[in-house]
Unconditional design. Structure first.
Lengths: 99, 251
């Protein structure tokens, strides 16, 4: 998506991939080109906002995720220890009593 | 809360810093001492790895490790509570009414799931269920507050996380059910985190349930329950333990 100057005239292009080939579509230099450029610019802004929002959300969750993961790791560890201690074993991911 | 912020700064100060609950260490407050007394779990992990391979001789060591390191239960119990508290803070923000309502809801769930006389393992597993439950609540609340389309990458991320939290919730419930089922069937071990004042001495240990056999019926004959030194806050009581604790599983 870009404005390109051809023979002193600015033309707006979009690139569309279909399979292995990339098609370059011209939108001319008039109203249609301006509208396409605005749409693309708005879409880019939305994507950027989404990226920022996602990064912010991930950052907010990082600390609590780490805490939860540590707690879960410890719980799993102690559960496994107790089950092994009482004579259970894991068979194909499932805990069973040893006979 | 926004009204409070605009109207009265004093109220904001109170609302923004809710008094920490006595039983739940806040992440900030607990970070320092928790870091300092963080237990070394690698010996336990090493023992578990050997036990996983079917090494029965390691089982007494494993039991002794569980018995002699009550700080493991304490540490991971605190971590689970801190995780719950952090999720609660994320959900409720400055809304004290919401956070207190959620705490009451969690307390009621905890009481219902753990019941009375829950072992430390039961408590840990219940806390794991609750942490996953709060996580599900958080992502549901965020989705409700901002119902953007599913094509939005933020919405997709939240949806994935909500599904993941839900899977963790179900897996935690399953684990609690499995542990209760298996430990009840073995009738061999009960791990209790006892305060020093309530330590169950050998004299008070319940021997009436000892019937000479495991609940499984066809296992080895048993002797009176093995008990441990009273100096430990942590007691691994085995009502129907065959011979001594140290010899269980060794043969």
């Amino acid at each position: 998506m870009a404005w390109e100057s051809r023979g002193g005239k600015r033309t707006y292009y979009r690139y569309k991939r279909s399979g292995d080939t990339v098609r370059k579509i011209s939108y001319g230099s008039g109203e249609r080109a301006r509208r396409a450029a605005e749409e693309d610019s708005a879409a880019r802004a939305r994507q950027e906002a989404d990226r920022n929002l996602l990064a912010e959300l991930q950052m907010k969750l990082t600390a609590v995720d780490q805490l939860a993961a540590d707690a879960q790791h410890g719980t799993d560890l102690l559960t496994e220890a107790v089950l092994l201690a009482v004579g259970c074993h894991k068979h194909r991911g499932e805990w069973r009593l040893r006979r | 809360m926004n009204d409070l912020e605009e109207d009265n700064d004093d109220d904001v100060a109170v609302a923004a810093d809710p008094p920490p609950r006595a039983d739940v260490p806040t992440p900030d407050a607990a970070a320092e001492p928790e870091e300092a007394k963080k237990p070394d779990i690698s010996p336990l992990e090493a023992t578990i790895m050997l036990a996983r391979r079917g090494n029965k001789k390691i089982l007494p060591t494993l039991r002794r490790t569980l018995e002699e390191h009550p700080e493991l239960w304490q540490h991971f119990g605190n971590l689970a509570l801190q995780a719950q508290e952090s999720w609660l803070q994320l959900i409720a923000g400055k809304d004290l009414y919401l956070s207190e309502s959620l705490r009451l809801h969690l307390d009621s769930m905890r009481a219902e799931l753990a019941g009375q006389n829950a072992s430390p393992l039961d408590k840990l597993l219940v806390d794991r269920i609750l942490a996953a439950h709060v996580q599900v609540l958080y992502f549901e609340a965020v989705d409700t507050a901002d119902p953007t389309g599913e094509n939005n990458r933020v919405a997709r991320f939240r949806m994935d996380r909500r599904d993941q939290a839900h899977r963790q919730f179900l897996s935690a419930i399953k684990m609690l059910a499995t542990v209760r089922n298996l430990v009840a069937r073995t009738n061999v071990i009960q791990v209790e985190l006892l305060a020093p004042t309530t330590f169950r001495s050998p004299a008070t240990a319940n021997v009436s349930t000892v019937n000479g056999m495991h609940s499984g019926g066809s296992r080895a004959p048993v002797s009176p329950p093995a008990t441990f030194n009273g100096s430990s806050r942590f007691s691994t009581r085995m009502p129907g333990a065959p011979e001594s604790l140290a010899s269980v599983g060794a043969g």
